[in-house]
Design a protein around this ligand. Structure first.
Ligand SMILES: *[C@@H]1O[C@H](CO)[C@@H](O)[C@H](O)[C@H]1NC(C)=O
Ligand SMILES: *[C@@H]1O[C@H](CO)[C@@H](O)[C@H](O)[C@H]1NC(C)=O
Ligand SMILES: *[C@@H]1O[C@H](CO)[C@@H](O)[C@H](O)[C@H]1NC(C)=O
Length: 406
């Protein structure tokens, strides 16, 4: 294993490159396009801000004496076949928990504006918000839609998260918006008192980190490692097949697969640690503990390659038992921790079920190969007994290797 130092080097570089420099979000533009707009009813707003995504603008007047704000949320480049929404969410920069104002044009041409509180998956059904809203109405003209409202704020809402959105109308009611591009980056913070907004950039880089963490770990720990184990267990039957080197093909494939998996896993793990450090106040201790245990177990597993006894050594059987049990434990724990991760990042059910599908498919393949292997074993055993000359001891070894050693 002369390549191991180089391998660790690559892993370290990959981890460092992915985990250390946090991608920075777009910085707010110094020139605001929202200025100079004349509202239809000559309403004047003291504060306005360009929102960083979906060509949207927020205007407001804030009255500290009674903590109310008159707001106008304006979206350009839209049409009457779209709905728009703007929301405050003291709970976080996300859709769940959003206290939203929604507007669209009814089929009879009048504008509809209402409030909806997003609990779990958005139903877009009218409902009361956690704070008072009055004077709610909307306007549409020439590809611009505006929602007007007066908000009764309190100290928790003065500086909080905002989310805005646009989506298509479907059969007379708001339909699902895009879940990619600007539509998942249209959030940030708003401070009604100081008049500032920030883009979701800082958090979207966290969202990006989260996705990279999830993808690297799901592929590394969750998919490649089980595939590596399947390769080892079921290709061993063809022990005499040598494709890549002097070693049997199963050995080369297994080793390559697990080394790539380990590299991805280490990189994903590093990002996970980074994520843990920027998610203050949120305690994912179970996910984190399993993750740390997994990295240690995998490191021991890789390290064990260096101290692997020769095939004929008397301790080789113990090494094999240990290597297999640790390997299976890592795979099971990895799958558990990946689902734990899905549970933490609520609202990712699509990915959860995709991953579950992959695992079920891998399980089905393993089951099929298990049956095929046993058929081959039984056939060879029969050949062995009928042909005392024993053709292909290699094969017999392979059979023993694949079945009794696991
Ligand atoms: C809040 O105060 C402002 C200015 O004092 C006033 O114009 C506005 O009507 C008040 N709003 C409410 C809801 O009382
Ligand atoms: C248009 O329809 C909405 C309900 O769908 C109704 O509230 C409103 O009064 C209608 N407007 C006109 C002008 O008919
Ligand atoms: C919303 O609030 C109003 C006024 O407080 C109340 O009459 C109404 O029942 C509430 N609606 C729901 C769905 O809770």
């Amino acid at each position: 294993m002369a390549h191991l130092p180089a391998l660790f080097m690559v892993c370290t570089l990959l981890t460092t490159a992915l985990a250390l420099p946090p991608p920075s979000g777009p910085s707010p533009s110094p020139t605001q396009a929202c200025h100079g707009l004349t509202f239809p009813d000559n309403q004047v707003y003291a504060t306005c801000n360009d929102l960083p995504r979906l060509s949207s603008y927020l205007y407001w007047n804030y009255y500290p004496t009674n903590q109310t704000a008159n707001i106008a949320f304006r979206k350009t480049g839209t049409s009457t076949s779209n709905w728009i929404a703007w929301a405050l969410n003291p709970g976080g920069q996300m859709m769940a928990g959003s206290q939203a104002l929604v507007a669209y044009q009814d089929s009879n041409g009048s504008m509809v504006a209402y409030t909806t509180s997003v609990t779990g998956s958005p139903t877009m059904k009218p409902g009361n918000l956690s704070f008072g809203v009055s004077n709610l109405r909307a306007e549409y003209s020439d590809g611009e839609m505006i929602i007007f409202a007066t908000l009764q704020l309190d100290s928790t809402l003065l500086s909080t998260n905002q989310v805005w959105q646009e989506g298509p109308m479907q059969g007379g009611s708001p339909g699902m918006h895009d879940i990619s591009g600007d539509n998942i980056l249209s959030f940030g913070t708003v401070n009604f008192a100081t008049g500032t907004v920030t883009s979701g950039g800082g958090i979207s880089s966290k969202a990006l980190l989260k996705n990279v963490h999830g993808i690297l770990n799901a592929i590394g720990w969750g998919i490649l490692m089980p595939i590596g184990a399947i390769l080892a267990r079921y290709l061993k039957v063809f022990k005499s097949v040598k494709v890549f080197s002097v070693h049997p093909a199963w050995y080369d494939l297994h080793r390559a697969c697990q080394i790539i998996a380990f590299c991805l896993g280490v990189a994903g793990w590093g990002i996970g640690i980074k994520l843990g450090s920027v998610s203050r106040g949120i305690n994912f201790s179970k996910h984190k503990k399993i993750g740390i245990a997994l990295l240690c177990m995998a490191a021991v597993q890789v390290g064990a390659l260096i101290r692997k006894p020769n095939p004929n050594h008397k301790y080789r059987i113990y090494w094999t038992i240990y290597h297999h049990s640790l390997g299976y434990a890592i795979i099971i724990l990895s799958i558990i921790n990946i689902f734990e991760g899905f549970n933490i990042s609520k609202g990712q059910n699509y990915w959860k079920w995709t991953y579950a599908g992959i695992i079920i498919a891998l399980g089905a393949v393993a089951l099929l190969l298990e049956i095929l292997t046993w058929l081959v074993v039984i056939r060879r055993k029969r050949l062995e007994t009928t042909n005392t000359k024993g053709i292909g001891t290699d094969g017999v070894d392979g059979v023993n290797g694949s079945v009794t050693n696991v």
